[in-house]
Design a protein around this ligand. Structure first.
Ligand code: AMP
Length: 279
């Protein structure tokens, strides 16, 4: 596995790949969710690359950025054992050189959910993804359904700017009790970890009600909200039922909808989602 830090090194390593390339962008502190993306990329491409970069542009507070867990050595070992060919782990100054002022924005899709809760977050995501797609020129790029809005926004970005890449969405990997794997889970205390299953419990309640015919979006949101309210350590940031691709709020629900929520547990905000009506 080749590990590079600078863009120039990345370009020369990329130039040696003669077959299809799959890219897995990450912020590191890898878990089985990230590794499932690597495995899909490995199965579908001749070469696999990953990036590890905690992107300051998508954090709205310095504290959140500083608290984000990091373990580069362990990440590199994991990627190596998963047969990744190339890793780019740039310094901040390599990604955002002195005087940096170029950003990529996707408008409407970014206004609600995580984009609504975290001003500037989605602009940070679309900027870094654009930079990674330009730098790696992958044939396929792999993203997790765990960050549903991110996938929708990246698909829009790729279509709008005509990036020659196939965006592949991989299912959310969960712990046995339903908690979606996330690097942020490492920051939960034992009590908070127990409380954190409330996201999956809320989504499951909405899924059952939807399967039983509930088509009132407000009622489904109310149901999720009631489940979150049963957990004293949890505080809902948003709970939404939206169209799956446009992320628009819905009056009359179609056969598939996206249920998503963000819940604050102590200082940690966790997000999760489920496509209701998925066969
Ligand atoms: P991050 O390092 O959090 O930026 O995540 C890098 C990629 O891994 C993103 O495409 C995430 O959606 C994806 N990812 C994170 N957690 C999971 C999970 N539990 N299951 C599947 N994909 C995930």
């Amino acid at each position: 596995m080749k590990i590079v830090k600078t863009l120039l090194e990345l370009r020369s390593a990329r130039a040696t790949f003669t077959g299809s390339l799959g890219l897995v962008p990450t912020m590191g502190y890898l878990h089985r969710g990230h590794l499932s993306l690597v495995q899909s990329a490995r199965a579908e491409n001749e070469f696999v690359a990953a990036s590890i970069f905690v992107n300051p542009a998508q954090f709205e507070s310095v504290d959140d950025l500083d608290d984000y867990p990091r373990d580069l050595e362990r990440d590199l070992d994991l990627l190596d054992t998963h047969n990744v060919d190339l890793v780019w782990a740039p310094d901040r100054s390599e990604m955002y050189p002195h005087g940096y002022q170029t950003y990529v924005t996707v408008n409407q899709l970014t206004s609600g959910l995580e984009g609504g809760r975290r001003p500037g977050h989605m602009r940070g995501v679309t900027t870094i993804v654009s930079k990674l797609l330009i730098a790696f020129r992958p044939d396929r790029a792999y993203f997790g359904q765990k960050d549903a809005q991110q996938v929708c926004v990246v698909r829009r970005l790729v279509a709008d700017l005509g990036f020659p890449v196939e965006v592949v969405t991989c299912p959310t990997v969960r712990e046995s009790d339903g908690l979606a794997l996330s690097s942020r889970n490492a920051r939960l205390s034992v009590d908070q970890r127990q409380a954190s299953t409330v996201l999956f419990r809320a989504l499951s309640a909405a899924s059952v009600a939807f399967a039983e015919g509930q088509r009132d979006g407000d009622k489904l949101c109310g149901l999720m909200s009631d489940v979150v309210a049963t957990e004293p350590l949890a505080d809902a940031r948003y709970i939404a039922i939206t169209e799956v691709e446009t992320l628009q709020d819905l009056r009359q629900l179609p056969e598939q909808v996206l249920a998503s929520l963000a819940v604050c547990i102590g200082q940690v905000v966790l997000i999760d989602n489920m496509v209701l009506g998925e066969t």
